[in-house]
Design a protein around this ligand. Structure first.
Ligand SMILES: NC(=O)c1ccc[n+]([C@@H]2O[C@H](COP(=O)([O-])OP(=O)(O)OC[C@H]3O[C@@H](n4cnc5c(N)ncnc54)[C@H](OP(=O)(O)O)[C@@H]3O)[C@@H](O)[C@H]2O)c1
Length: 265
């Protein structure tokens, strides 16, 4: 196995860059982080339907775009050449999307879990090991009844067992105004959770509200950057409240400024 932490300027490699979370992350790394997010490579899988628009969008904010198959060998070659300090794994599917792509069987096993393992396998044998930020979901736990959460937990376990430095971020429902594929159940669930969170906040249950309220993609992106670039979050699973702008300070904070590994500071 190689070594980690030999990079001076961060190099972020983003899988799932075309998604709502991925787009916000690329933008936040390049622009929101005060331009200190370093070099950012947005990975688009070959044949992704929104490629031309996204290339323009990403290059417009100073990110680089890599279009390649989401496969171990292709990814390993890219990682070997680009030597990222951070690997963000943000891909995932839905039943509807998987069906439209002709994927037969459990989509969460075949896409969410299997491609996470592909990304981890691509890191095997690298000289410089990237730190992995895995975007998981609130509610993920062992022996969950839902196939989605079971696959997420297995993916988390694969990340933990990979030997790579990692942080797992269990995001709450992502609230967004734009969606390429309409998801009425998600929108309805988001509105209901938003309402419940406001009520909880009004009666003083701020922590509970921070746990369940939907999160805007840009706020999530800032939370992911904080999670990925700090020592205190290494080898940890962060729950929803810790991904928000107003996150509680972890008891290991504050760390001396000289040891801070945060792209924004
Ligand atoms: N949405 C939420 O509320 C929420 C909450 C917590 C966690 N999460 C998890 O976080 C992840 C990202 O969420 P999001 O809202 O950004 O999702 P999204 O907008 O649906 O984006 C999904 C990403 O996964 C990629 N993808 C989908 N199917 C693929 C396949 N067969 N092979 C390779 N790549 C594929 C997409 O690439 P293309 O553009 O090429 O299709 C896109 O980059 C998801 O896995 C989701 O489970 C979501």
């Amino acid at each position: 196995m190689g070594t980690q932490g030999q990079h001076t300027v961060p190099v972020s490699f983003v899988l799932g860059a075309s998604g709502a979370a991925g787009q916000a992350l690329v933008e936040e790394l390049r622009i929101g982080a005060g331009g200190q997010g370093g070099r950012v490579i947005a990975h688009l899988r070959e044949g992704s339907p929104r490629t031309p628009d996204l290339v323009q969008q990403f290059e417009g904010c100073g990110a680089e775009v890599l279009i390649s198959p989401f496969e171990t060998l292709a990814l390993r070659a890219a990682l070997q050449e680009l030597r990222p300090s951070h690997l963000f794994i943000l891909h995932g599917t839905t039943r509807r999307r998987a069906k439209a792509e002709g994927i037969q069987g459990d989509p969460y096993k075949l896409v969410d879990l299997a491609l996470t393992r592909v990304a981890l396998a691509a890191c095997e044998g690298l000289t410089n090991l990237p730190r992995v930020l895995y975007l998981s979901a609130q509610g993920t736990r062992p022996r969950a009844r839902s196939p989605y959460f079971r696959a997420r937990f297995e993916a988390e376990e694969s990340v933990r067992a990979s030997g790579l430095p990692y942080t797992i971020a269990r995001a709450p429902l992502i609230h967004r105004t734009y969606r390429s594929d309409p998801r009425p159940a998600e929108s309805l669930g988001g509105s209901a959770l938003g309402l419940l969170a406001s009520t909880l906040r009004a009666v003083g249950c701020k922590q509970r509200a921070a746990h369940i309220a939907p999160i805007q993609p840009a706020e999530l992106a800032r939370g992911l950057i904080h999670a990925a670039f700090n020592y205190t979050t290494l080898s940890r699973v962060l729950e929803a409240g810790e991904l928000r702008d107003e996150r509680p300070i972890h008891r290991a904070d504050p760390i001396p400024a000289t040891r801070r590994d945060d792209a924004r500071h």
